[in-house]
Ligand binder design. Structure first.
Ligand SMILES: *Cc1c(COP(=O)(O)O)cnc(C)c1O
Length: 451
């Protein structure tokens, strides 16, 4: 374990040794009892991937109510990016909690909000003047991004890509690709949303330039560039299956947006905040988005989201046109400032690259061994494998379920993804040690063998 991987609250570090420990059946008896209570009062619409009830966590380990310790390969869907109960985040948020927990920035402002806006301005791609609005959730950031782009351009059209995921509110579920489970039966949906083919090298085999030509031609024919307010892309797609676009795809889209007065928005809610070894994944593809959306990993586990864009785009919204009661909560802001400090102090971007250095070779070795692994892809601490029927590109959904269930029984929590439910994603916190990663990969190997 590297020193920076164990940088931590000494109290928790002593209490939660960074190792996998399976003491009971999963879920254990206390979890099962809790689950009974839950089923009576929480609707089935809210699911849990693994009903082992978590009591505490530190670093890359989750501890459930039965004392089982799970290697967390999901970080709460990429939220505790710098590690559970990170010392700096816990200290900053605790301190803030005792001074000011809420004031409503639109009523009574406070410094934390301003500081987070400064930090995002510094760390999002591009050196142009930027301004930032803070909200609570990723979906709210997407909603506000669309609002602002529409106001700035005076246009209505919103372009999104195949396999995109942008959230579960009315507007964002309409922007999200996959109907089941996200939007089926939850309509009516807002209009003026146009979906175009993405770049999906494993399936389309297209170069970035050809994939971009296809996307652009589709939008020009089906909508017309002059009707589009914005094009919103995830630089690496998240829930849709961790599609990494072919080289040159995103720059070509950006160029087209710029030439046609369309706001180019990067939804970096999952790929941002150090996840890929850069502050924002856009950097890997050489694009400087007009607007960047952040959430998930920004505040170390507290709810916070952000819209950061060119100052002239943001200033199109009239005074009072943007806001919300909880947006940019002081405790969340204090945690976010601590996240930025921790990334700098402990060079956590390098930790993301270290993780790729362990994960990628392990996954490629598994691919050699198991012919249902069709594709291995990702950057930094954002990786995935796509499961197929051997020798084809057809999805293998059944295998995914079996792998995840096996891993859970053996103390590893994996997340799934993919439009066809056949992608296993690896989204650990940057605090995970090489040893834990290797242990998790070993369990995965056994899970494949047991299929
Ligand atoms: C999670 C996610 C969202 C939605 O964020 P919520 O906080 O769940 O509303 C939007 N876009 C992307 C890319 C995401 O991964």
């Amino acid at each position: 374990m590297t020193d920076s991987a164990v940088r931590s609250n000494p109290k928790y570090a002593a209490e939660i040794v960074q190792e996998r420990r399976v003491l009971t059946e999963i879920p254990g008896p206390k979890s099962l009892a809790l689950h009974e209570r839950r089923l009576a009062v929480v609707p089935a619409g809210v699911n849990s991937a693994l009903p082992a009830y978590i009591e505490r966590a530190h670093g890359a380990i989750l501890v459930d109510v039965d004392g089982n310790q799970f290697i967390d390969m999901g970080a709460g869907i990429g939220v505790t990016t710098i590690g559970h109960t990170d010392h700096g985040v816990v200290a900053a948020a605790s301190e803030q909690l005792t001074r000011l927990t809420h004031a409503a920035f639109t009523i009574s402002p406070y410094e934390g909000y301003v500081r987070v806006a400064e930090l995002l301005g510094e760390h999002t791609p591009g050196t142009h003047a930027k301004k930032t609005v803070l909200q609570n959730s990723g979906a709210e950031a997407v909603e506000n991004g669309v609002k602002i782009a529409r106001k700035y351009t005076g246009r209505n059209g919103v372009a999104v890509l195949d396999h995109a995921y942008h959230g579960r509110t009315s507007l964002t579920m309409a922007m999200t690709f996959k109907a089941m489970p996200y939007s089926l039966g939850f309509g009516p949906f807002p209009g003026d949303i146009y979906r175009a083919p993405n770049s999906y090298p494993f399936h389309d085999g297209l170069s970035g330039a050809d994939a971009a030509r296809r996307t652009i031609a589709y939008l020009e024919k089906s909508v017309g560039a002059s009707d589009l307010a914005c094009l919103i892309v995830e630089p690496i797609q998240g829930e849709g299956g961790f599609q990494v676009p072919a080289e040159g795809y995103l720059p070509a889209l950006q160029e087209w947006c710029t030439a046609n007065g369309i706001v180019f928005i990067a939804d970096e809610i999952q790929s941002g905040m150090g996840r890929t070894g850069a502050y924002f994944a856009s950097e890997h593809f050489g694009v400087v988005p007009d607007m960047v959306l952040s959430a998930k990993g920004i505040a170390g586990g507290l709810p916070l989201s952000a819209i950061t864009a060119r100052a002239e785009i943001m200033d199109a919204a009239h005074p009072g046109g943007l806001g919300g009661t909880f947006g940019g909560n002081p405790v969340s802001c204090a945690a976010a400032v601590a996240v930025f400090e921790e990334i700098e102090t402990f060079d956590l971007l390098a930790e993301a690259r270290r993780i790729e250095g362990v994960l990628k070779p392990a996954l490629l070795a598994l691919q050699k061994k198991y012919d249902i692994i069709g594709d291995v892809r990702g950057i930094g601490a954002m990786n995935a494998i796509e499961l197929v029927q051997p020798g084809t590109h057809e999805p293998n959904t059944a295998a995914l379920g079996a792998l995840v269930a096996f891993a859970a029984q053996h103390g590893v929590l994996f997340l799934t993804a993919g439009t066809y439910g056949n992608v296993l994603r690896f989204l650990p916190s940057l605090a995970i040690s090489d040893e834990l990663l290797k242990d998790a990969m070993n369990v995965l190997d056994h899970a494949f063998a047991a299929l």
